[in-house]
Design a protein around this ligand. Structure first.
Ligand code: AMP
Ligand code: ZN
Ligand code: FE
Ligand code: FE
Length: 283
């Protein structure tokens, strides 16, 4: 059984429709796929229909934009109630912040002589609920300024580059509590990807378990082998569920093909059990 628990569609910053992601997951030989768009559940309904059609198990998820001590942390939420008022309010806040940031990024780029407009970025964002740096990157590619998304991040959009504008988010501990209260299972996405090791040290995970953390994403393309080994040991020591996923974004991210990392069946079952427990304990 092959299980991939982290993918993005055009409902956030992937390049394929939710149905296309699900069909591609089936074609890639997966038995279970989670759709985890950034800060939105708007792709779920379409993905569900496609999953029924092609015969694959869909796990509904979200990747919530959180912050801890001013630094960005992504939190995966599996099977939360999408109608939960607290969760919905938090997502709406993040989406507003995301959309408000676009004009600021564009302004900074224009100051550097880059000819892009807010309209260009929104055209790239299309059906996405959450406009963000990936769509600015797409606009830069479209304008011939950058060769691809990755180059646009390196040259313009990463922290320290001219177009970088910090984005707020949900406090991480609050996010974990919110997901739990919404009957979902919270899992920290790529905890040590892209230099984020200084944001969450080995000693921080235990404290997050106290607020309801269920798991950590161990096998992810942004984790070199040594980080995977260490995170795996931490998960085992602390009893955290250990996931592995592609973080597929369609053509938006190279080297993140569906199924490139997978989650073990036993770990998936523990994750589902945690979601069931959290759903049962809702007041
Ligand atoms: P934002 O939330 O708007 O700050 O954008 C973050 C998103 O940009 C995440 O989904 C990342 O997957 C994506 N991202 C970050 N760095 C890169 C990169 N170097 N190449 C492609 N996508 C990236
Ligand atoms: Zn993304
Ligand atoms: Fe992420
Ligand atoms: Fe992601």
């Amino acid at each position: 059984m092959r299980i991939d628990l982290h993918t993005h569609s055009a409902a956030s910053d992937g390049t394929e429709s939710p149905a296309a992601v699900v069909r591609a997951a089936k074609a890639a030989g997966l038995d279970v796929v989670a759709l985890t768009d950034h800060d939105t559940t708007s792709g779920w309904a379409e993905a569900r229909v496609a999953a029924r059609e092609v015969g694959i198990r869909l796990v509904e998820g979200i990747e919530l934009s959180c912050v801890r001590q001013g630094r960005s942390v992504h939190l995966l939420a599996y099977l939360p109630d999408p109608e939960d008022a607290g969760l919905r309010a938090a997502m709406a806040r993040v989406i507003d912040e995301r959309n408000a940031r676009v004009p600021e990024i564009v302004e900074r780029l224009r100051e550097r002589g880059v000819d892009v407009s807010v309209a260009d970025v929104l055209a790239q964002a299309g059906a996405s609920a959450a406009a963000g740096r990936p769509h600015v990157a797409d606009a830069l590619v479209r304008a011939g300024v950058s060769a691809d998304r990755s180059a646009a991040f390196t040259d313009w959009l990463n922290p320290g580059r001219p177009g970088y504008v910090h984005r707020g988010g949900i406090d991480l501990a609050e996010g974990i509590a919110l997901v739990r209260a919404a009957g979902g299972a919270p899992v920290i996405a790529h905890p040590w990807g892209r230099g984020s090791r200084s944001v969450l040290g080995a000693e921080d995970f235990a404290a997050l378990i106290d607020v309801g953390l269920v798991g950590i994403e161990v096998d992810h393309q942004d984790h070199p082998p040594a980080a995977r080994a260490e995170l795996r040991r931490i998960a085992e020591d602390l009893g955290l569920v250990r996931t592995g996923s592609s973080d597929h974004h369609g053509a938006g991210k190279v080297d993140h093909d569906l199924g490139v990392n997978t989650t073990e069946v036993a770990e998936f079952e523990r994750l589902l059990a945690a979601a069931v427990r959290n759903a049962a304990s809702r007041s």
